[in-house]
Design a protein around this ligand. Structure first.
Ligand SMILES: Nc1ncnc2c1ncn2[C@@H]1O[C@H](COP(=O)(O)OP(=O)(O)OP(=O)(O)O)[C@@H](O)[C@H]1O
Length: 285
């Protein structure tokens, strides 16, 4: 990995992403984003949640230049994205689309993953090394020569992820990364997301799955009808059940069960935490 990355999920004081007073309406529609203000520090692992149509994809499209932001609205590592080309932004911000077929165009998996690297003008040996490493990370090394459209949706999603990994961008954004994956693949992808963050990447993942949020994110940003209505550490946000209900999102089952069993205790996020809580109760703590 590049020496730019900080080690072991260290969150620095540097803003990786900064959005200032961003509003946006599509030509044909109502406002999709309203007065968004947020900053994400280098090294953070953030979940972005909200019901369908809340504005999550519109927000991240601004970060990768697919929707052009006005001047002084968005900066990436202190640099205004205004006027930056998509290809320039792609070197710092990697984006894995929700639908892998929106980003897969080549006739072999290997060529697909190499594409961005060839555009960057990297030497052949480095391209081969990065492609191999990225395919290994997503468990697709034996599919390198396959036609992507012959793979399952879950595998195609991992091809798209490998293409972004190979670029070694400082920021990685994933839109619903576990869609179409079975249980083991979901675990594998989220462990990989975690590892990337540990290696120093700033990671933002969009999801509807609050169990993923509870298990993997440090911070969660909740969008509702184009506005940020909650933003903070996962435990704090999941304790705001009434506000979350506005978004039709529910805390994970284990958290709901925990709030019934132990209404006054801390918010329970995972099965392990529930187990610890029950053990304490049994011991009469
Ligand atoms: N290309 C478009 N043209 C017009 N309106 C759009 C377009 N894309 C999104 N919208 C509208 O903008 C709003 C925000 O949509 P967006 O896709 O950003 O939400 P989302 O939170 O990502 O939803 P989902 O979870 O369904 O992907 C919605 O009202 C949506 O209908």
């Amino acid at each position: 990995m590049s020496g730019l990355f900080v080690q072991a999920s260290e969150v620095t004081s540097m803003n990786a992403i900064e959005i200032k007073d961003l509003s946006y309406s599509y030509e044909s529609g109502l406002p999709a984003l309203k007065e968004i203000n947020l900053s994400i520090k280098q090294g953070e692992l953030v979940a972005l949640v909200g019901q369908n149509g809340a504005g999550k994809t519109t927000m991240v499209k601004h970060l990768i230049g697919l929707i052009k932001a006005n001047k002084d609205k968005i900066s990436i590592f202190g640099q205004d994205v205004f006027g930056q080309r998509v290809s320039e932004l792609a070197k710092r911000v990697g984006f894995v689309f929700q639908n892998p077929d929106h980003q897969i165009f080549h006739d072999t998996v290997e060529k697909e993953v190499a594409f961005g690297l060839i555009n960057m003008g990297l030497p052949k040996a480095e391209i081969s090394e990065r492609v191999e490493k990225a395919l290994h990370s997503v468990g697709l090394e034996s599919q390198a020569g396959d036609y992507p459209q012959s793979l399952s949706r879950g595998q195609r999603q991992r091809v798209a992820l490998a293409s972004v990994l190979a670029m070694q961008t400082e920021i990685i954004i994933l839109d619903e990364p576990t869609t179409g994956q079975d249980y083991h693949e979901r675990l594998q992808i989220m462990e990989l997301v975690n590892k990337l963050n540990q290696e120093g990447h700033t990671v933002v993942f969009i999801t509807h799955d609050m169990a993923l949020v509870a298990n993997y994110a440090e911070r969660v940003i909740v969008l509702c009808q184009g506005r940020i209505i909650l933003d903070g550490p996962v435990r704090e946000v999941l304790s705001q059940q009434a506000k979350l209900a506005q978004t039709l999102l529910e805390p994970p089952q284990i958290t709901m069960l925990g709030s019934r069993l132990a209404p006054s205790s801390e918010v329970i996020l995972t099965v392990d935490e529930m187990y610890t809580y029950l053990q304490k109760v049994q011991e009469g703590d």
